[in-house]
Design a binder for this molecule. Structure first.
Ligand SMILES: Cc1ncc(C[n+]2csc(CCOP(=O)(O)OP(=O)(O)O)c2C)c(N)n1
Length: 372
């Protein structure tokens, strides 16, 4: 396996000193090392992968140095526009290294939402004419690969990619404190939400929120089906909003995460403008990307109350205790939306958390049947 510190050192030796990206579970040990060793001016955890590529472009314009942009391959779609219409050598010709975690690599067991993305990963880069190298746990020549790829990015003035296989990086234990000052866990919050929920359907966000929701439903023996947004991070609220828009007689709740909300925050402006009376946006805020390693999101600096009100939401609640959450859930029953409920929770999840046993298509059928 590659030691994150040694990989970072190889990048430093090649002059890479600016890092931006969206965290990925396959890259979490490298991301944690970068978080611990870079200042706030040389490492930015971005809203989405397009945001990260653009940050890389800005840093290059300012310093002339090759930046590194990290992402899960799920996020390549978010990055394609600025890669092809901004950084590409036929436009502004900006050298940068893309470090891409390869979920769904053919032959490696993974979740349904990663399989197609993993299978087309290399072909996508080829179609974009982005040169790439694959690195894995046994890539003893990784320092040479890094040096050559930085050189290639500089020579050809364009983005180049390092595609990282599962299990490439050795463990790195972060020095950052894992705690927030809140005592409710996300799973406890979800439990209260299920006990008190008065909506007709729930659309839940990517990552462990949907996994916990799925398990809790099963445990309760409930026959209700939630729409689990297993991929497509940041888009749950838009899915839920369109259900609310086209079916005004039913009440729809989106259970979002702070990272996902921030990833496509523009959706909030659209929801506010639509004035969806039957829409509740519940954000489980643990201030981090807990599902992929707990890296901080920009939520710490975000005032969700002002954000919600500025976007046109009618009501806002912020809760941090089980009792407060229960009260808020009961109060919103009789209110017109859009409503934003921010639920502040501590970081963390169970180590033995399972994954949905039904396929996305079974999930879709059951959900559609339920709201018909
Ligand atoms: C476009 C995209 N980028 C990155 C990921 C990897 N990813 C999956 S879950 C997740 C974190 C979500 O954070 P948040 O919404 O705050 O929820 P939490 O995990 O904290 O519950 C990330 C980055 C992804 N699935 N899709």
């Amino acid at each position: 396996m590659i030691d994150p510190a040694a990989f970072y050192a190889a990048l430093s030796q090649s002059g890479v000193s600016f890092f931006a990206g969206v965290p990925d579970s396959l890259l979490k040990h490298f991301c944690a090392f970068v978080s611990d060793h870079c200042s706030e001016t040389s490492h930015v955890i971005c809203a989405n992968e397009g945001n990260a590529v653009a940050m890389g472009v800005g840093s290059y314009l300012a310093t002339g140095k090759v930046p590194l942009i990290y992402m899960q391959n799920s996020g390549l779609g978010n990055a394609i526009n600025p890669l092809l219409s901004l950084a590409d050598k036929e436009v502004y010709a900006i050298p940068m290294i893309l470090l891409i975690g390869w979920r769904g690599e053919p032959g490696i067991k993974d979740e349904p939402q990663h399989l197609k993305q993993g299978r087309v990963q290399l072909a996508l880069l080829e179609a974009m004419e982005i040169p790439y190298k694959i690195i894995a746990a046994d890539s003893t020549d990784y320092a040479e690969i890094v040096r050559d790829m930085v050189e290639e990015a500089k020579q050809s003035c364009m983005p180049v990619a390092l595609v990282v296989r599962k299990g490439t990086f050795a463990d790195y234990k972060t020095k950052a404190s894992p705690e927030t000052s809140y005592n409710m866990s996300r799973e406890e919050a979800l439990q209260v939400i299920l006990e008190t929920d008065s909506s007709d359907c729930i659309v839940s966000t990517t990552g462990k929120t949907s996994r916990e929701l799925y398990e809790l439903r099963k445990k309760r023996g409930s026959d209700k089906h939630d729409f689990l947004t297993v991929g497509s991070m940041g888009h749950s609220s838009s899915i839920a909003a369109a259900i609310a828009l086209t079916r005004p007689e039913i009440r729809v709740m989106c259970i979002d995460g702070d990272g996902a909300l921030i990833m496509h925050m523009g959706a909030m402006a659209v929801i506010g403008k639509l004035g969806l009376e039957n829409f509740v946006h519940l954000v489980i805020n643990n201030f981090c990307h807990e599902s992929v390693g707990g890296q901080a999101t920009a939520a710490e600096a975000l005032d969700m109350e002002h954000l919600a009100k500025a976007a046109g939401y009618k009501h806002y609640y912020s809760v941090a205790q089980i009792g407060q959450l229960r009260d808020a859930m009961l109060e919103i029953k009789d209110l017109s939306g859009p409503i934003l409920v921010e639920v502040r929770v501590k970081k963390g999840s169970r180590a033995d958390l399972g994954r949905p046993q039904s396929s996305p298509q079974e999930n879709k059928e059951a959900f559609m049947h339920q709201i018909r």
